[in-house]
Design a protein around this ligand. Sequence first.
Ligand code: PEP
Ligand code: MN
Length: 348
Amino acid sequence: MIIVMKTGSSKEQVRNVVERVEELGLHAHLSEGEERTIVGVVGAPLPPDLDERFAALDGVDNVVRITKKFKLAGWDFHPQKTIIDLGDGVTIGGEEISIIAGPCSVESEEQTISTAKWVKAQGATILRGGAYKPRTSPYEFRGLGVKGLEILAQARKETGLKLITEVMTPADVEVVGEYTDIFQIGARNAQNYLLLEEVGKAGKPVMLKRGLSMLMEEWLLAAEYVMAQGNPNVILCERGIRTFETWTRNTLDISTVSVIQSLSHLPVFIDPSHAVGKRAYVASASLAAVAAGADGLMIEVHPDPDRAMSDAAQQLNFQEFADLMPRIGAVAEAVGRVAPSGTTASAA
Ligand code: PEP
Ligand code: MN
């Protein structure tokens, strides 16, 4: 249910509504727009006469029942697009296309920091790199753990890039949260509801990958798990889904961009690297994603992809990434967005 306050309603009237919601054992989520405030009510059971009771309170314009399952992620609760402010002028979900780039796995200080410097020089604002790796086989490289987090923090110190790294288990949320700026929830954990709740409580932005065979509705409901813990800063990232096709690693579902944007105010990213799985196809998938309206991309970049300890086939080398960035900038401008800084003549 949402309670729409009148234009110009006072803080006191809003507080009164929130208190009444909480007295009923329900949760109130405030969305303060420029024009008016909306109080979202979640929890169960909603008493049947709730609509009339709240409609009668001072400052309330109207009360609307929401039948969609994803309440916090949907537009009804939050009519403005979510823009996530990571500090130091780095935002996600605004006009500018955000580029997250970096290696699949943090392998060494030299590999990570050289990549960080390179991707920053090309216009990326956020460094990716896995310290805890979900691998299909238990015998593959599974990440450097805390040592990897320390290397990422060093890279941030040297470049000013923000960090995103994966957390795989509720037990690691605390330690990963000490280092990262954004928690990454991987495709394999996209429906690990206890992990989603734990990152929801941790208070930092969360990027939620789409699961390998996850419906868009299930994806939004997974975001809802994070948001229901009081964390509004969720980014949805399409990374390809499992289909019958084997030539590409996954099948990039480009339709997610416009479908999710029609249903939700949350920023939508595309990870072209895991979607296609082969570096030759990463550039066209990136350009298509920006053309389709994605808010950003997450691209794997490695100084020497052939020697990478994970995902060797799909990581771009430095030159490939440098060649791609101005093309991303040009497509961004062609669709009315702001190019990642420094990627086009008009952005400079
Ligand atoms: C990753 O980004 O490193 C990763 C493992 O991706 P996904 O969870 O999408 O497979
Ligand atoms: Mn990878």
